[in-house]
Design a protein around this ligand. Sequence first.
Ligand code: LLP
Length: 420
Amino acid sequence: MNHFEYKNGVMHVEQVPMGTIAQAVGTPVYVYSTATLERHVRVFQEALAPLPDPLVAFAVKANPNAAVLATLARLGLGADVVSAGELRRAVAAGIEPGKIVFSGVGKTADEMRLALDLGIFQFNLESEQEAEMLSEIALSMNKVAPVAYRINPDVDAGTHEKISTGKSENKFGIPYERAIASYDRAAQLAGLDVQGVAIHIGSQLTDLTPLALAFEKLGVLIEDLRDEGHDIRTADLGGGLGVPYDSSLPVPPLPAIYGEMVKRIVQDWNVRMVFEPGRVIVGNAGALLTEVIRVKQGATQPFVIVDAAMNDLLRPSLYDAWHDIRAIKPRGKQTSATVVGPVCESGDTFAKNREMDVVQAGDLLAFMTAGAYGATMANTYNSRALTPEVLVSGDKWAVVRQRPPIETLIEGDIIPDWVR
Ligand code: LLP
């Protein structure tokens, strides 16, 4: 459910006509709805009740915009970060360090120092080498680092190959079979407080079976670790819950169903539960607004050429991802067309032979469900400016990231004297 709705034949985001934003800010532009963010946080929190004091750590990578993070901070969320940049952004937006989990396979010494300085909730370690490095750094700072190991359960998440993370051949986590040995070693390291277990098997999961399987394996491991004398007090189940992208397909399991499954499995774990949802919080809270530059009749089909491109929204070209495409002012007729951007690659295609509203040059379109992994993955390929972002709340709206002038691209480069 989201707050992008037609009123009198025109798409609004909450109470603001999308066209108003396009006119003021230009296109392409990401548009986010505060009401949808609030709703998704509430639905996720309600799905977890009555778990005692779960930590919901929003996966910042899904949408690191400061205004979005500040909105989520106000609603009580923590953060799951994977770099110093994300950590600093989360803290700058008002997320308490005590609610921050640091994930990722390649944390550097500098990143560890920063996180120790800030006093984060937990480091999710992904190798024994990392454990040793963190312990040394913590000791040198007279601190003890709260840690969990991320376990690789060797479970196939059944999602796109590029966003599957829980198979043994993936780079993530420590092997399930080595877990006890890794915990025994970590327990010897004076700079670590080994407090928990963590898992994250992939993203955009539309079937709960692999998640349930992975969580059950984690439950067995918690028992085994306790039998070995490890004091396990936290369990982080990661993120991964899928969202509806294609409105003609059945909707993925709702957070409430996910919550039931989780509660059934973890009821006797006796730990503080941690969750790292990303997409399910922000996905449907955002749309990418774009203008049709022209419609060109190709040899086999019409091409709708829009002013957004793969640099603005990478998901279709990277994962063959589907985004619903809607006219802001539908003309009342449907057609089949291929929607492309101006970038010079055939991969710059948003949709092939898509049944969609008939459009003309100058019409506005929205790529729906673009709030997660949209703006955050934008880049400047083809020397296009980074995509601006707008946040709406009721009848208020504000630019929360400006479109940088193209000069910043040119001025950023340096031509050494010896080249001139
Ligand atoms: N926790 C960890 C350790 C993660 O690596 C991720 C996502 C999450 C949580 C959040 O997962 P979510 O709830 O959003 O599924 N760019 C891709 C998605 C990459 C996901 C990477 N990790 C896409 O556009 O589909």
